[in-house]
Write a protein that binds this ligand. Structure first.
Ligand code: UDP
Length: 240
């Protein structure tokens, strides 16, 4: 690990549920979970305060359940509970590595997690606890991308860091289109007008209006999180 002074004081890391799938079709690949937790520990050791929002797409998504005939609001409740499951798994993986972590849920599930209270969350961060924000925003019809933008703004994060499977934002899907162009630097407005696949529009607008830059990077590359904190311009930065 390098001794470079970190570029950020406090970050909000957004992990999609799919990032936890690894080689599995459903649920959590323990190897991937432990690897990501290790990257978070390395970042934590640099003295950076870390909030995490985990998605639930590896288990349930409300929109998918609604397509199969379920009531959308019930499906979204199940999706939010899926994020709680992932958050508990991440808390456990971090604690096994000796990193103090706390799950705070936007839905009250008091037997298994703290309720989300902003001032208490900030206190956890100040004390060096990785704070995992579960259950999205607590409301149906939202996404965990929007929850990540909301929590990033609420905790005063310097940056919202979004981990994906490719190294930033492209003009098209680089997995299927080899001529897709990589953007190292983008404005919020270009993301919105060109409908670039960064985060959903609600999350982009919230970050734009509240001056929180978004860094998109390849989470599948071990060590990328620390390189980012050391000041390397990896992936794509979206800013004003
Ligand atoms: N969800 C919700 N409200 C929120 C956040 C999430 O209802 O504020 C539900 C929604 O059904 C969503 C699911 O939780 O599909 C899982 O979240 P998401 O799809 O954002 O997870 P990801 O794609 O990041 O894995």
């Amino acid at each position: 690990m390098s001794n470079t002074e970190p570029r950020f004081r406090r970050i909000l890391l957004k992990l999609s549920g799919e990032a936890l799938l690894g080689r599995e079709d459903y649920g959590i690949d323990p190897n991937v979970l432990n690897r990501i937790a290790g990257d978070i520990r390395d970042l934590h050791e640099k003295g950076i305060e870390i909030g995490v929002v985990v998605g639930g797409g590896n288990i349930f998504r409300g929109a998918g359940l609604a397509r199969a005939g379920m009531d959308r609001v019930t499906g979204d409740h199940m999706g939010m509970l899926a994020t709680v499951i992932n958050s508990l798994a991440m808390q456990d993986a971090l604690e096994r590595l000796g990193v103090q972590a706390r799950v705070m849920s936007a839905l009250q599930i008091r037997q298994i997690s703290e309720d989300y209270i902003r001032r208490r969350a900030v206190r956890h961060l100040e004390k060096g606890r990785v704070t995992i924000f579960a259950a999205g925003t607590g409301n149906p019809f939202f996404t965990t991308d929007t929850a990540a933008a909301l929590r990033a703004i609420e905790i005063g994060a310097d940056v919202l860091v979004k981990g994906t499977k490719v190294d930033g934002v492209y003009s098209a899907d680089p997995m299927t289109n080899p001529s897709a162009k990589h953007y190292p630097d983008l404005s919020f407005d270009k993301v919105l007008t060109d409908k670039l696949n960064v985060m959903d529009a609600t999350a982009i607008v919230m970050c734009r209006d509240n001056h929180v830059p978004i860094r998109v990077f390849d989470l599948t590359r071990p060590g990328a999180l620390v390189r980012l904190a050391d000041g390397e311009d990896i992936g794509t930065i979206v800013h004003e």
